[in-house]
Design a protein around this ligand. Sequence first.
Ligand code: SF4
Length: 360
Amino acid sequence: MKYITEFRNKDDVQKLAKAIGTYNGRPVQYMEVCGGHTMSIQRFGIPSMLPESIRLISGPGCPVCVTSTGFIDQAIALSRQTDTIIATYGDLIRVPGSNSSLENERGKGADIRIVLSSLAAIQMAIDNQDKKVIFLGIGFETTAPATAVAIQEAHRQSLENFYVLSAHKIMPPAMDSLLSGDINLDGFIAPGHVSAITGSKIYEPLVEKYQTPVVISGFEPLDILYSVWMLINQTQNNTPGVEIQYKRVVNEGGNTKALELMDEIFEPEDDWWRGLGVLPNSGLGIRTQYRAHDAKQWLPKNMELPKEPVGCICGDILKGLRSPSECRLFGKACHPGNPVGACMVSNEGACQAYYLYGNG
Ligand code: SF4
């Protein structure tokens, strides 16, 4: 409790906001590329504490949001196969596919179970050896190590009925794509949890290439305000670099053990991101040595091309080009009780954050 209070101290927040308020440089926009940051920024009303010249925009940091409709269609196709159990993290079951969702399929009798960890899916495979258990691996460097552990464990135990459908992604190619795209970005509030695994060094090539400031931030109000302050200083002094605000969790080198494990199990592959399209080497495919556990072998040969929900601008929101309130469905046809698009499903999605905290 003391920990939370410390980073939400009202007097400190006000002091920092006041200091940021003295900024009188050119208008800047900084992007947070983590859904957790988007949620905190909206929840704590951070935009209202900043001068008009400093704008925060959300990016492609919500794992559920960037997962492609095609992946959901694949998961649905697998769930319709006999003797198959789909094991998934909770948010994913409500994400719309082209014509259905995992939640709908479950209502129609498919065996789709929510798990809290990849190892729970392993236990499911042990307990149901007459069925295929397919774990849906989504998320960035934060969740990929846990999926890698599960694959390694299945391999070690020769569990022949455990598979992973991997949509894991890594963050730097998405940031690179944004910096080379249509939007003007003056800096990134870089993800805290991803960086705890990767370390801060992974952003250095981006800073060298684009001269764009990066600050790795924590999730409490003081963390975020302080990160904005650090970004402003880099902007004003024209000293772009990678800085760690979230030092209580992140270091330069990251979690070596987790990185080695990811490297052992996964290899880079091109992957499709909602909004950003196909980005080279941005996904994590399962290496040949572990292919026996790759659920891709069970996919139907001719899947139809995916269709995006009509009227949903989630892709543009993930690129920072538009805000949730610019979607004509926002808060009307689309709300957390009836999400039309992925950005309203997840508690890290920008549309849900803006809807819940009224900063659309
Ligand atoms: S409000 Fe709903 S329909 Fe509109 S962009 Fe967000 S998720 Fe898509």
